[in-house]
Design a protein around this ligand. Structure first.
Ligand SMILES: NC(=O)c1ccc[n+]([C@@H]2O[C@H](COP(=O)([O-])OP(=O)(O)OC[C@H]3O[C@@H](n4cnc5c(N)ncnc54)[C@H](O)[C@@H]3O)[C@@H](O)[C@H]2O)c1
Length: 497
């Protein structure tokens, strides 16, 4: 695969090309840097000593050789590459993306150093922009003015023809992994999504969409009522298709609305967070929050299909991304064997968001979650293995307000320490696991020591609903072996730190 990035100076071509090269595991080339290296002069020196047209000849000849070469590469072109018609003709036959940034923003980002065309006057950027804008606009564009780097990478990769399909072989739930599938949401579907997802990917959705607030706020009866009203007002029937596109909150919410409207209509999920793809969208639990209780109202009902586009996870912020990795790490601990080894061996590729590794990680996490859920669909026993790290994680989340996935990481760490104290896990295995968790979980969170009373209060409220002080705590003996211990939550909290 060859990708050419074009755009004004300062639009981020080099930075984004480098990131894409890591994500896709293909080489990267910066045309200006290549020309400087070949001539052993800076661009400014080439302009001063040999003139602009000499530089443009070098640029055109490099472009010609790049389009001819058969190997994959992501190329950051020079800002002026579009000036020559021959270059434009060549680029049009390739996958070329114009990185659009407003000239006001460019002015803030660019310095006049080594930019001969600016002639030491930053305001010349407006003239250059006006001269070139029509030429850039000949290409597929991504407006990155308001995007951060990872968001830009995700949208660029949605626009290139990157293909990777993996089937999940399951008779229990229909799940398909397909890079770029977000672009193929059925045109007749009604889309429920969140503000953030709409702002990033809305151009790929149908007009029949309802946009909800980000995060947990949507899992409220007020929004369920709004959704039911919308479906009724638009004469939606049970046979129409409802599509939840977003994180776990949106898929939980859409699943609940889809399961209850007219006693159940067709609905599918396009989960867009890593946590949503490997966890929330899998297994059929749908629901909303009520009063102060999370997920207390809901259904267990599978969507018709789950379509996972791993590219969407690239636009997640660091915390959301780590939350997904921690959840997957937990699944790899329950599963053990090759999945645990894979996680350990590819930890840094995962953190660097390498797409092949990420896709494989998603597939294995989904398969393992399915394996567990399939044996215990109604959540009566085995599924409680999935609560590894969650008993203390939920309490920590409630007390500190720290993101769910990171709280689970904290809970996992504390529960592993409890296992060690009780001699359920040996030191070597523990060391191996903690060394991975240390990379995933910021030490500022791992080392938080919350008030034990606050944890007790949360657990006591939680247990009141069940009328007992006993927690069924899944504990790890070793990767692949979970034991369930029934313990009093007072004892658990008192043995912490
Ligand atoms: N049903 C289940 O089995 C199950 C399992 C685990 C968790 N959950 C539920 O999942 C929810 C948490 O889901 P979550 O962690 O996905 O959080 P989330 O749905 O709140 O999403 C987090 C944020 O990321 C944004 N976002 C979504 N996709 C994005 C993307 N591709 N790029 C950038 N931003 C994006 C969202 O708009 C939101 O602001 C909780 O409500 C939890 O109860 C359900």
């Amino acid at each position: 695969m060859k990708i050419f990035l074009v755009g004004m100076m300062g639009s981020g071509k080099s930075t984004l090309a480098k990131m894409i090269s890591k994500v896709l595991s293909i080489p990267y080339l910066d045309m200006d840097e290549e020309i400087e290296a070949r001539e052993n002069k800076t661009i400014k020196e080439i302009f001063e000593k040999n003139g602009e047209s000499y530089f443009r000849d070098l640029e055109s000849s490099l472009l010609k050789s790049l389009v001819k070469q058969p190997d994959s590469v992501v190329v950051a072109t020079g800002g002026g590459i579009v000036l020559r018609p021959d270059n434009r003709e060549l680029l049009k036959k390739e996958t070329t993306i114009y990185l659009k940034v407003s000239p006001q923003e460019l002015k803030k980002r660019v310095s006049t150093d080594n930019r001969p065309l600016l002639s030491n006057n930053i305001d010349n950027i407006f003239t250059i922009y006006d001269e070139r804008i029509n030429l850039y606009e000949l290409f597929e564009s991504v407006d990155i003015t308001y995007l951060n780097e990872w968001e830009a990478v995700a949208i660029i990769l949605q626009k290139v023809d990157y293909k990777k399909n993996l089937c999940i072989d399951s008779s229990f739930q229909k799940i398909h992994i397909e890079a770029g599938s977000l672009k193929n949401i059925p045109k007749n579907a009604i889309v429920f999504t969140s503000e953030k997802v709409d702002s990033l990917y809305g151009e790929f959705f149908t007009n029949k969409k309802l946009v909800f607030p980000n995060g947990e706020e949507v899992k409220d009866i007020v929004y369920v009522t709004k959704a039911w009203e919308y479906l009724l007002e638009n004469n939606v029937t049970r046979k129409d298709l409802l599509c939840g596109v977003g994180g776990g909150t949106i898929t939980d919410f859409t699943g609940f609305v889809g399961s209850t409207y007219k006693r159940g209509m067709n609905f599918i999920f396009y989960p867009t967070t890593l946590l949503g793809q490997i966890d929330a969208a899998i297994g059929g639990k749908n629901g909303i929050d009520f009063k102060k209780y999370k997920n207390v109202i809901g259904t267990i009902n599978l969507p018709n299909e789950v379509i996972i586009d791993p590219i969407t996870t690239l636009s997640l912020d660091d915390i959301r991304f780590r939350e997904g990795l921690i959840e997957g790490f937990k699944i790899s601990l329950i599963s053990g064997g090759e999945f645990y080894t894979f996680f350990k061996d590819h930890l840094y590729d995962l953190l660097n968001r390498n797409l092949d590794t990420l896709t494989w990680f998603i597939k294995r996490s989904v398969e393992e979650k399915l394996r567990i859920v399939q044996q215990d669909f109604k959540d009566t026993g085995l599924r409680s293995y999935l609560n590894l790290g969650h008993s203390l994680g939920h309490a920590f989340e409630a007390v500190t307000g720290i993101a769910h996935g990171l709280s689970v990481g904290w809970g996992l760490y504390q529960e592993l320490m409890y296992s060690k104290n009780k001699k359920h896990i040996d030191d070597r295995t523990l060391y191996d696991i903690i060394s991975i968790l240390d990379v995933l979980l910021p030490s500022s969170i791992k080392n938080i020591k919350v008030e034990k009373n606050a944890l007790m209060n949360y657990l006591s409220n939680d247990k009141k609903m069940e009328g007992s002080n006993i927690i069924k705590l899944p504990l790890l003996k070793e990767p692949g072996e979970v034991i369930i211990k029934e313990i009093d939550y007072h004892e658990l909290v008192n043995t912490l730190f």
